[in-house]
Design a protein around this ligand. Structure first.
Ligand code: NAG
Ligand code: NAG
Length: 359
């Protein structure tokens, strides 16, 4: 077992060409949990019309994949949590998955495969995430498309025990068994950890200590955290995730000691972020002044601005951040609190809720 794993890692390192593995820019999640959404064709036309150049799709929905062909829209494709078990247990299932959902669409620009979304480590799919990632990775390598497509998983930031100050970021001890091998796998395959980064939730869970304008990423509303100036909460959360990854890798050197790839170079990319434009009538939260169209407009427009530079942990323009706005449309069948059904940047009738310029 150990020998196989080692062999696998060495082979991977030799073949994967080192490159900057995040692509940068702001995409939009195409969540489809609605019964009043525009057609796939109308949706893709909206992506093109508004210059949205990346999409996150939560499952390999054939009509959407067909409609994406030839558009050049970069795709983050998800594998739903309840599909992970066979992919983890059988390499052949992963080969078939890749053939059916990737190779069938040679004209779709796949960038990421997100193996699971916000998997709770203690839930049933928890133990399947890493082996499914490994099998999917091997399958895309065997199909010779591994150079273009990164295999990762998308986490919820509640896996963090500590996120403030960001450089003290640390995963919960209780999820160490889960996250450590994933972070090592991502290091060895040069892929970023995908994180759903929501200043909105941080704010509503801790209003006393977080300034709304800091959560809305407003210019000049920063804080000094651990001696470092943070001018917005998005950077702070992302840096906390990377600091937590670094903490793992510092205690787990790469097989190749000359690799500058271990501690200090972890990468996280945003796979979801957003701000609801309505409470949907919830009163419990007392958030009528928070969940507004105006705040959603401010948040998402500020996001466009802040992704252009690196975070305080990794300053410099070379690193344009990558993130995906949640979501394209309000999804009227999305479960959970009422505001969950109001994250769309477009109404179901395909009209933008507020001006938002993608560039
Ligand atoms: C992909 O695009 C090429 C060039 O436009 C075309 O010839 C080919 O049929 C397309 N393949 C599929 C499967 O759509
Ligand atoms: C929040 O930050 C803004 C911008 O720095 C500032 O004007 C405002 O007074 C702050 N609000 C609170 C409650 O601290």
């Amino acid at each position: 077992m150990a020998t196989t794993a080692t062999h696998f890692i060495i082979t991977s390192l030799l073949i994967v060409i080192s490159l900057d593995f995040t692509f940068g820019g702001v995409g939009v999640c195409f969540g489809r949990l609605g019964n009043n959404l525009p057609s796939v064709q109308t949706t893709i036309a909206l992506y093109k019309k508004y210059n949205i150049r990346s999409m996150r799709l939560y499952d390999p929905h054939p009509p959407t994949l067909r409609a994406l062909a030839g558009t050049g829209i970069r795709l983050m494709l998800g594998i739903p949590n309840d599909r992970l078990r066979p992919l983890a247990n059988c390499p052949d299932a992963a080969t078939t998955w890749v053939r059916t959902n990737i190779l069938t669409y040679p004209n779709v620009t796949f960038r990421y495969i997100s193996v699971g979304n916000e998997v709770d480590p203690d839930s049933d799919p928890g133990r399947f995430v890493l082996p499914a990632m490994q099998n999917i990775y091997r399958a895309i390598r065997a199909a010779r498309v591994g150079g273009r497509i990164r295999v990762s998983t998308s986490i919820k930031t509640d896996l963090l025990e500590r996120s403030y100050p960001p450089q003290a970021g640390e995963f919960k001890c209780s999820v160490n068994w889960y996250i450590r091998p994933i972070v090592e796998f991502l290091r060895d395959t040069r892929a970023p950890l995908l994180a759903n980064v929501y200043p909105y939730f941080a704010y509503i869970n801790d209003r006393r200590n977080i300034n709304l304008s800091y959560a809305l990423l407003q210019p000049n509303s920063g804080v000094v955290a651990g001696g470092v100036y943070y001018d917005n909460l998005y950077y702070a959360i992302l840096d906390a995730v990377e600091a937590a990854m670094d903490r793992i890798l510092a205690a787990s050197p790469s097989l190749f000691s000359d690799q500058k790839q271990s501690a200090g170079s972890s990468r996280a990319a945003g796979s979801e972020t957003g701000w609801p434009s309505s409470t949907g009538g919830t009163t419990a939260l007392d958030d009528g002044d928070v969940n507004t169209v105006e705040n959603a407009r401010i948040y998402n427009n500020n996001l466009m601005r802040i992704v252009k530079s690196g975070t305080p942990r990794r300053p410099g323009r070379r690193r344009r951040l990558e993130t995906y706005i949640f979501a394209m449309f309000d999804e009227n069948l999305k479960p959970g609190p009422a505001y969950e059904r109001h994250f769309g940047i477009f109404s179901p009738d395909a009209r933008p809720k507020y001006p938002l310029r993608f560039r």
